[in-house]
Design a protein around this ligand. Structure first.
Ligand code: SAM
Length: 230
């Protein structure tokens, strides 16, 4: 039995699980900051990272921990109705609850790493950080027939007022909010089995905002409002 403890915690644009992309890099405008804990927060531990464009984050799926390990899971990628072995998937419910993501490293400060392209929830405990090593981590000729390509995206439109609200909050937050909303919703966050009726409203929390949308057609999103979270 070993125990591990976080080296830091992530402050992320994603304030709830719904609408987080299923892998990193799918929403380049998704940003966050790893706030390192002592003794890693004095600059020494990140010395040299300025020479690196991307890092691996090893982290705890702290909002998906379970007592009983699952042997089979039903990945959303397979429509949620087909099961595969837990080790053949990147599902959140897994032994030890450990996740891994390659993310862009935008800025290094003593005690803080500024990241983008993340797929992690706000408050995620970070267990380790490693530099991405292109010659070793990018495997030529590799295949995965379960997830061969990035998930298909769907078009995202805006109600004019919702776009104005997003632009306003983008300036206030100094964040690429319009891009973030478009990139996340283009992934079509709704469960595959759900037929979205046009009158049904969906919502998620990004930064300190509630984003609401609907599906005027089954494969088409329209953003309805972007308002301060209640
Ligand atoms: N890239 C990682 C991996 O392969 O280990 C994560 C893949 S997992 C399929 C991505 C999903 O994890 C996101 O869509 C989000 O819903 C969920 N997630 C992110 N951070 C989490 C956390 N701290 N606790 C529980 N679920 C989380």
């Amino acid at each position: 039995m070993h125990s591990v403890s976080p080296v830091g915690y992530l402050r992320s644009c994603f304030r709830e699980k719904f609408a987080i992309p299923r892998q990193p890099q799918l929403a380049p405008a998704a940003r966050g900051v790893v706030e390192l804990l002592p003794p890693f927060n004095n600059g020494e531990a990140v010395d040299g990272l300025q020479q690196v464009s991307h890092v691996w984050l090893l982290f705890l799926f702290h909002q998906a921990l379970e007592e009983q390990p699952r042997l089979k899971v039903r990945p959303p990628r397979l429509g949620g109705n087909q099961s595969i072995g837990v080790f053949a998937s990147r599902a959140t419910h897994r032994p030890n609850g450990i996740g891994q993501s390659v993310v862009r490293l935008d800025k290094v400060e003593a005690g803080c790493l500024w990241l983008s392209g993340i797929d992690l929830l706000d408050g995620t405990p970070i267990l380790d950080i490693k530099p991405y090593v292109p010659y070793a981590d990018c495997v030529e000729g590799a295949h995965n027939h379960i997830a061969a390509t990035a998930p298909a995206t769907i078009p995202v439109d805006w109600q004019p007022e919702a776009l104005q609200q997003a632009q306003l909050h983008a300036r206030r937050l100094n964040e690429p909010l319009v891009e973030l909303i478009e990139q996340c919703l283009a992934q079509d966050p709704r469960p595959a089995y759900q037929q979205p009726l046009p009158e049904r409203r969906y919502g998620c929390r990004l930064w300190d905002l509630d984003v609401r949308w609907h599906y005027p057609q089954p494969q088409h999103i329209c953003v309805l409002e972007v308002l301060p979270a209640a």
